[in-house]
Design a protein around this ligand. Structure first.
Ligand code: AMP
Length: 134
C-alpha cells in the first residue's frame, strides 16, 4: 500500500532528505514542532510498531540516535523527544512506521503531553501486576 512516505521515497513527492541507508531514510518534517524536527522512516511501510520486524525497529532507533547527535551539534539543543506514534489512537497520521526526532531547548514552552491521569489507591500496583511480563 502506498503512503505519503512511500511516495516521498520514490521521489513522487519532494522532501529534504538528510540521511539514507538500505533500511531507512530520514527527512525534515514539513510541519516541525521545532525547526530541525526529523523523521526516520522505514523503507518498507510497516503500519505500526507491532508489525515492524525487530531488526528494522532497532535500526530506526539507532539512526534516530545519530540524527539526535547531529541535531545537538548543529542546533545546540539541550534535549530531544524521540517518539514513535503507533496507530491512529496515538495520533499517528501516516500509517508507515517512523521515528520523530524533535530537538528541545530549555524553556522552549512546548508541551509533550498536556494532560495526565491520576491513579486511585492501589490502582497502579494492581495494573502493574497485570502488565508485568514474566
Ligand atoms: P505521525 O502523526 O506520527 O504519523 O507523524 C506524521 C508526520 O509526518 C507529521 O509530523 C507531519 O508533519 C509529517 N509529514 C506529513 N507529510 C509530510 C511531507 N510531505 N514531508 C515531510 N513531513 C511530512
Amino acid at each position: 500500500m502506498d503512503t505519503i512516505f512511500t511516495k516521498i521515497e520514490k521521489g513522487e513527492i519532494p522532501s529534504t532528505k538528510i540521511y539514507e541507508d538500505e533500511k531507512c531514510f530520514v527527512i525534515m518534517d514539513i510541519n516541525p514542532v521545532l525547526k530541525g524536527h526529523a523523521l526516520v522512516i522505514s523503507r518498507k511501510p510497516y503500519p505500526n510498531v507491532g508489525s515492524c520486524p525487530d531488526d528494522v525497529l532497532s535500526h530506526l532507533i539507532l539512526v534516530a540516535k545519530k540524527i539526535e547527535e547531529r541535531q545537538r551539534k548543529v542546533l545546540g539543543n539541550q534535549g530531544s523527544n524521540i517518539i514513535i506514534n503507533s496507530d491512529p489512537a496515538s495520533g499517528q497520521e501516516v500509517p508507515h512506521i517512523h521515528v520523530h526526532v524533535i530537538p528541545r531547548y530549555d524553556g522552549d514552552g512546548r508541551h509533550h503531553f498536556a494532560e495526565h491521569d491520576k491513579y486511585s489507591d492501589g490502582e497502579m500496583a494492581a495494573l502493574g501486576e497485570k502488565l508485568r511480563i514474566r
